[in-house]
Ligand binder design. Structure first.
Ligand code: GRG
Length: 346
């Protein structure tokens, strides 16, 4: 079970029948698989993890295929001039990410009785932001990583200048994609744009990264660590869910529930990410393992140990589940994804 794309990709056609059978209008008519799809966590162990008859792996396969297709349509083709930048953008975007954020966006739309079709611009926009952040995070000036999603990092293939620009272009692309969303009676375009700008901006995603860098090698308190995780990780997961809800014209009560769910699931996601950095191999993760310790990064395992960290992640996930109460049992996909994220192995 490997997270990167090369050794774990499922040739796209293999999933054809499953996706064809799904009823969402956004993807049901034409199934064009664009790249290989990383559904790395498919293992007998994971497949048995079915909550309330709902299979999160199947949901991830289906939503990833749909999002990949939409992303490819939204982005300039690799042949468009200047080819280098479009190839570089597509290289990282289709390198085999798990597509967790878009899946949460689509699941949130479902929970609010919306459709994937209306949620897709938001789902694709958050994946563009996420991929940009990974490209920049891997640069020599930041984490200086050679592998991501099981492949050489963007700057290793295209050089640093193009990698910086590919990240920049994906950040801008995210807003171009979101601008194509249909608005609803409760949420106009400026509200959608504000949502994405805030989670990606200097008080959330960038703030988390700044604090992370500034605290390297320092003793960090649990509350400071939580501050970092809330911004570096939780904010974008939360924004993904909220954009999904907004696409479905969700009620203020449901929007609040999605925020609370995203906040807690996002924190748990980062705790698990830090545990996996220690317990899994680079091959399993598709990126260099053991980086946190090597760069003296503050993590939950480094402060409270692995067992306590797992307990914290479990507690955060059950808090996330409690936040779903207003959906009165109609958020099974979200619950199941939350459980999957807690138990993931890469
Ligand atoms: C503006 C110069 C500049 C840089 C921005 C904000 C930022 C750089 C980096 C933050 C990126 C980061 C490493 C966040 C942590 C969140 C996290 C655990 C990411 C990994 O997410 P997965 O596991 O990855 O969903 P895949 O590859 O599966 O999509």
């Amino acid at each position: 079970m490997i997270c990167g794309s090369t050794s774990t990709t499922i040739q796209t056609g293999v999933l054809r029948s499953r996706v064809e059978s799904q009823k969402n209008r956004a993807c049901s008519n034409e199934v064009v698989f664009l790249t290989t799809l990383s559904v790395s966590a498919i293992s007998a162990k994971n497949i048995s993890r079915i909550t309330h008859g709902f299979d999160p792996i199947e949901f991830l396969e289906r939503s990833s295929a749909c999002v990949n297709r939409a992303l490819s349509e939204f982005l300039p083709k690799a042949q468009v001039k200047p080819r280098t930048i479009h190839k570089a953008m597509r290289y990282s975007l289709f390198a085999g990410g798990k597509r967790i954020r878009p899946a949460l966006c689509l699941a949130a739309a479902e929970a609010c009785k919306g459709t994937w079709e209306l949620a897709l611009p938001g789902a694709c926009a958050v994946e563009c932001i996420h991929t940009y952040s990974l490209i920049h995070d891997d640069l020599p000036a930041m984490d200086n990583d050679d592998f991501r999603r099981g492949k050489p990092t963007n700057h290793k293939v295209f050089g640093e200048s193009i990698a910086v620009l590919a990240g920049d272009a994906l950040l801008t692309q995210a807003f171009e994609v979101l601008a194509q969303a249909k608005t609803t009676s409760r949420y106009n375009m400026s509200m959608l744009v504000l949502e994405l700008a805030k989670v990606a901006g200097s008080q959330q995603l960038i703030a988390g990264q700044v604090s992370d860098i500034e605290n390297e090698g320092k003793k960090v308190s649990l509350s400071e660590l939580r501050f970092i995780h809330e911004r570096k990780t939780s904010a974008l997961l939360c924004g993904s869910l909220r954009l999904g809800g907004m696409s479905a014209n969700c009620s203020p009560e449901h929007l609040k529930a999605l925020s609370d769910f995203g906040h807690n699931v996002g924190l748990a996601f980062q705790v698990i990410d830090d545990i996996l950095d220690i317990t899994q191999s680079s091959e399993q993760l598709g990126k260099t393992a053991g980086k946190d310790e090597a760069s003296q990064k503050a993590t939950y395992p480094s402060i409270v140990g692995i067992n306590k960290s797992r307990q914290i992640a479990k507690k955060l996930t059950s808090k996330a589940f409690s936040a779903l109460k207003p959906f009165k049992g109609n958020a099974v996909a979200l619950e199941s994804l939350g459980d999957y994220l807690l138990n993931r192995e890469c």
